[in-house]
Design a protein around this ligand. Structure first.
Ligand code: ZN
Length: 383
């Protein structure tokens, strides 16, 4: 059966399935702290990883089982568990490499060895993690992926395994939190500049806990102004070719967030006297909104692409049923949508599952339009 082949909305720490994550860890660690879903400092014992590979509780500590619903605290716990375990693997790798170097070159100063080995250990583990996750996407039929992640060093040091090169194209979005101060946002933009020139990065992802905009955020002259942050992103993205600005918006039932964001973009475009795109504007989620002419015309004006993540939206309780995902609304009004997972491992899903949900909740013509958009994007992005 025909399926979509792009995965435009996924996050690095949510990519790998629980099963593969534990197998992956077993290459680096013999034991892990237990229970997995508690902070390591609360751990009461260690258990061999080999005993966890088929343990549903252990697997569920790393994912939101498909069809179940959790709150945002649980989501944060899942992310924290994955991050802590990956750090543990880096730490073990560091110790092993350090020992090896010291055995071979006992006279080299400790600090020099530590410095060299720290970076190698991190790059080794993360590259292995990303490449293994990419293999899962290849097995789901994905040919192009954009991974969102906040650590510029990991993005800069990524090297794709040779055997994947003719199977999938992998790019990155540097993620940054919408609540960052202007000063910290400036720092993110500085990292973005370096990444756009030197790495596989193609743009920025503005994410973080979504809330209704505050009065300060809506005031363009306030130091908390969201428009100011957006403008910083535009200023940098416009210096490079084929860039993307993805904004996580409309995930929670605060229905005007996306419309207000689009108005800020319009204000920026008018002020600068520019036509947008470029950059490519993507709305991550676009689940909750007040249907209006204004909303539609701004989405059209900026050629926005809406990324729908049905299982993630269900898993976090933002919808009660997949029929609430607004595929039809967007498609009926000629707004392009793409199908994504928001992290297939974490949400215990796949592009194949997301396609199936989309097919069940659209007409045949509508689903064909999704396939057509997907094919066009694939052609444009994989050159
Ligand atoms: Zn997301």
């Amino acid at each position: 059966m025909e399926q979509t082949k792009t995965e435009l909305h996924t996050h690095l720490m949510g990519m790998m399935t629980s099963e593969r994550f534990l197998k992956f860890l077993s290459n680096y660690l013999d034991c892990v702290y237990w229970p997995l879903d508690e902070p390591i400092s609360n751990a009461s014992q260690t258990v061999p990883i080999s005993s966890l590979l088929t343990d549903e509780d252990a697997l569920d500590s790393l994912r939101i089982p498909h069809g179940t619903q959790v709150d945002y605290f649980t989501l944060d716990d899942r992310y924290a568990t994955r991050t802590e375990l990956l750090k543990l693997a880096v730490h073990k790798t560091f110790s092993r490499l350090y020992r090896e170097v010291k055995e071979k070159h006992p006279d080299v100063i400790d600090e020099t060895v530590k410095k060299a080995v720290t970076s190698t250990a991190e790059t080794t583990v993360y590259n292995d993690y990303i490449n293994s996750s990419l293999l899962e996407l290849v097995n789901q039929g994905v040919e192009y992926v954009e991974i969102s992640y906040s650590n510029p060093r990991i993005i800069a040091n990524f090297v794709m395994d040779d055997y994947l090169k003719d199977k999938i194209t992998c790019k990155f979005l540097l993620s940054t939190d919408r609540s960052r101060s202007l000063k910290n946002m400036r720092q993110s933009i500085k990292s973005l500049r370096t990444l756009l020139v030197t790495s596989f990065a193609v743009g920025i992802d503005i994410m973080g806990q979504e809330r209704p905009f505050s009065t300060e955020e809506l005031d363009p002259n306030n130091s908390k102004s969201f428009e100011k942050k957006l403008e910083m992103a535009f200023d940098e993205l416009l210096q490079h070719n084929d860039t993307t600005l993805r904004i996580h918006s409309g995930e929670i039932p605060s229905k005007d967030n996306t419309l207000l964001t689009l108005r800020m973009i319009e204000h920026i475009a008018t002020k600068k006297g520019i036509t947008i795109p470029p950059p490519e504007i993507r709305i991550g989620h676009g689940l909750h909104f007040n249907p209006s002419e204004d909303y539609l015309s701004l989405l059209k004006k900026f050629h926005c692409i809406v990324e729908l993540n049905a299982s993630s939206n269900y898993g976090l309780g933002n919808i009660k049923d997949y029929s609430e995902v607004p595929y039809s609304y967007y498609l009926e009004h000629d707004i392009p949508v793409v199908i994504a997972t928001d992290g297939h491992g974490l949400y215990d899903t796949s592009i194949i599952t997301e396609d199936k949900i989309a097919r069940l909740n659209t007409t045949k013509d509508q689903y064909d339009t999704i396939l057509k958009t997907d094919a066009e994007l694939l052609g444009k992005k994989v050159k």
